[in-house]
Design a protein around this ligand. Structure first.
Ligand SMILES: [Zn+2]
Length: 66
């Protein structure tokens, strides 16, 4: 199982395996603790999680621009 989480510092979407304790945000370098991060989605494979993160990113961008 893979999770889509939000970076606690910059809000970037990150993908974490369920066994990961933390992830380094590739965007701002923050170490994000998976158990404390906001979870916005989950998927069976890293590929699906990646697609989901892309989708959520687009949806968020749409909301921002109205
Ligand atoms: Zn970040």
């Amino acid at each position: 199982m893979y999770l889509v989480i939000l970076c606690s510092r910059c809000g970037q979407f990150l993908i974490a395996g369920e066994k990961n304790k933390s992830r380094r945000c590739f965007y701002c370098g923050e170490r994000v603790v998976v158990s404390r991060a906001k979870r916005v989605g989950r998927a069976e494979t890293s590929r699906e999680a990646s697609a989901l993160a892309q989708h959520l990113k687009l949806e968020r961008a749409k909301r921002k621009t109205g």
